[in-house]
Design a binder for this molecule. Structure first.
Ligand code: F6R
Length: 610
């Protein structure tokens, strides 16, 4: 959460910072601010609200500098407001600091500083750091040392970026638990919380690890650990194009990302299928296959949409690879003292690769000796780097806060992992080839569904004023019901619940009347007849029914109010198709309600606080 960007070089930093913040705004959009130092002039401009509001403010005052930092905030401590917006300052306004993360011991640090006479203006934990660094600067330490000493007193997480009027030739950045990357340019360098903010300027980046601090000059940088040991960092080449992080003519990132799915799924499959042998080839798992195949148990841990993908993974692996699987919310996993052994494999699924709960769960499982695999989208992200091995989903940058193409790419990769394990255990060659054949056709089938976009938009008209929704599915479509409900509630603010369809009669059926829309995901699988009975139960109570069914279905149409048809596929791949109409439905309902689908209220794309 929170976006961080910084610039030092020969150009005017202000447009660079604003553009960088716009690219990072999906991380948080409660407030935005920049701080610049230009010879003797130190300026801070900040505002509650979005980066566009900051941009308007700046256009009225005309500021320029070769050194500056910017921040877009997702509020933790202190409400979204101007005073709580970053940068935070020391008392004489010579030091600017921006921060992503949470300083857990800020209250005790604050008390100590108040005793020394420091006066606090904001309710944030971050302001403590600005004054603490100032405290060490007053003891005649350099900015670098002052930051280092201050960080040694801090408990919690941080990605920070600091500039100081008396040392205007550098930016200091440091990381513990919140991502930070340095972008290397020519006579200019950049810092940011993720590469999206940099790639318009440079593809050469250095990822800071936890416990590292860097001094970034316009033409060089040095890195150390917080405990003052020098370290040499590798420079990486990023291969994301600027077109991948723009809307490409669509009104919203979310719609673009839904429409991108034939390509993103294709990319997650590319080069990974071997038809003759009926297997998948996953380079990132090379050398670890035996351990995975012989695992006593597989755990899958994730949050939100990635957790829904994990549930599908559980169905896939248990059914086809015959290994017991447990799915864990990452946020619970860490704190409930899970029993994990060296014979377990734990798969961590995360689009961003930065989700704090998932990262903490990974560290816990690693400590206990399990084999830890990452299934991430963002290359070089913390979870990808901390895992023993893993598979990138290659969905391309996902900017819309509601996850869409990452989900279908996660499902694709889970099918590949299942195939890899199952073929070494109990899946026959023809069965393996059947999965591969279906995977090879899946992108065409996705396209068939996407062609119904306008039809789904018309259906959305009928539901836009509803206040509650139920989503019901069985088997592989149960996690899809959860995901459909999550998509709707997070962008349209309509209350929606997902249930296994048969659970309805154990409680939620009490909610059904002619005002309650019920979305059934009812493809022709082994529980088809059962779900038809569940549809009848809702119909008997006058619920409004929208059903996602297979193209060939002849039974359901007459029982329901609206129907969306999807092609048939291998049962374990069904969720890749059935979720797409639900993504489009949520999107169109939210747009019709006039809401900001790419930046829904209170949310942030990557949740780097626990
Ligand atoms: C929902 C959504 C979130 C994320 C969750 C995990 O649309 O995007 O629920 O899925 O915050 O994020 P990652 O996958 O980055 O770990």
């Amino acid at each position: 959460m929170c976006g961080i960007v910084g610039y030092i070089g020969e150009n005017n930093c202000v447009p660079i910072l604003i553009e960088g913040l716009k690219r990072l705004e999906y991380r948080g959009y409660d407030s935005a601010g920049i701080g610049i130092i230009n010879h003797d002039e130190c300026r801070v401009v900040k505002t509650k609200g979005k980066v566009s509001e900051l941009e308007n403010l700046i256009s009225e005052i005309q500021i320029e500098s070769n050194l500056g930092i910017g921040h877009t905030r997702w509020a933790t401590h202190g409400e979204p407001s101007m005073v709580n917006a970053h940068p935070h300052l020391n008392t004489d306004h010579t030091l600017f600091l921006i921060h992503n993360g949470i300083i857990e011991n800020y209250l005790s640090l604050k008390k100590g500083l108040e005793k020394e006479g420091y006066v606090f203006k904001s309710e944030t934990d971050t302001e403590v750091l600005a004054h603490l660094i100032d405290h060490y600067l007053k003891m005649k330490h350099s900015l670098f040392q002052a930051v280092r000493y201050a960080l040694n007193e801090v408990e919690g997480t941080y990605g920070i970026c600091v500039i100081y009027k008396r040392e205007p030739d550098k930016i200091i950045v440091a990381r513990k638990g919140s991502p930070l990357v340095i972008g290397i340019g020519e006579n200019e360098n950049f810092v940011a919380s993720d590469v999206n903010a940099l790639i318009a300027h440079t593809k050469q980046v250095v990822y800071l690890e936890d416990g590292e601090i860097a001094e970034v000059y316009k033409d060089s940088f040095t890195t150390k650990t917080i405990s003052d040991e020098t370290i040499i960092k590798e420079i990486h080449q990023v291969d994301i194009g600027i077109d991948e992080i723009s809307k490409g003519g669509y009104p919203h990132f979310m719609l673009k990302e839904i429409m991108d799915q034939p390509e993103s799924i294709y990319n997650s499959l590319r080069g990974r299928l071997v038809y003759n042998e009926g297997i998948s080839k996953l380079g990132g798992l090379q050398g670890f296959e035996e351990r995975i195949i012989n695992s006593n148990r597989i755990l899958i841990s994730a949050c939100g949409t990635s957790w829904h993908a994990a549930l599908v993974g559980e169905y896939m692996i248990e059914q086809y690879a015959g290994i017991p699987v447990e799915v864990e919310y990452a946020s619970e996993f860490r704190y409930r003292h899970p029993i994990i052994s060296k014979d377990d494999t734990v798969i961590f699924i995360s689009q961003s690769g930065e989700t704090a709960d998932t990262l903490a769960a990974l560290k816990e499982a690693k400590k206990k000796g399990a084999l830890c695999l990452g299934v991430c989208n963002v290359v070089g992200s913390s979870i990808a780097r901390e895992s023993d091995a893993g598979v990138y989903i290659h969905a391309g940058p996902e900017i819309g806060v509601a996850s869409t193409k990452a989900f279908t790419a996660q499902l694709t990769v889970l099918a590949l992992i299942t195939l890899l394990i199952a073929r070494r255990r109990n899946l026959s060659l023809p069965e393996g080839q059947e999965v591969i054949k279906e995977l090879q056709q899946i992108t065409n089938k996705v396209e068939i569904i996407l062609k119904q976009n306008e039809y789904i938009e018309k259906i959305a008209d009928q539901y836009v004023n509803c206040r509650n929704f139920l989503y019901l599915g069985r088997g592989y479509n149960f996690p899809v019901a959860l995901e459909g409900a999550l998509k709707l509630k997070e962008i349209s603010y309509i209350h929606a619940e997902g249930y296994p369809a048969a659970e309805m009669k154990h409680g939620p059926i009490a909610l059904i009347d002619d005002n309650m829309p019920v979305v059934f995901i009812a493809t022709q699988d082994s529980v088809y007849d059962k779900i038809i009975s569940n549809i009848q139960e809702v119909k008997a109570r006058k619920g409004r029914i929208l059903a996602i069914v297979n193209e060939e279905d002849e039974q359901i149409e007459n029982m329901v109010d609206h129907i969306i048809r999807v092609p048939k596929t291998h049962n374990m791949l069904t969720p890749i198709l059935t979720v797409i109409p639900l993504q489009l439905l949520a999107y169109h309902i939210a747009v019709k309600k006039g809401l900001n689908v790419d930046q829904p209220r209170n949310l942030a794309k990557s949740v780097t606080v626990e």
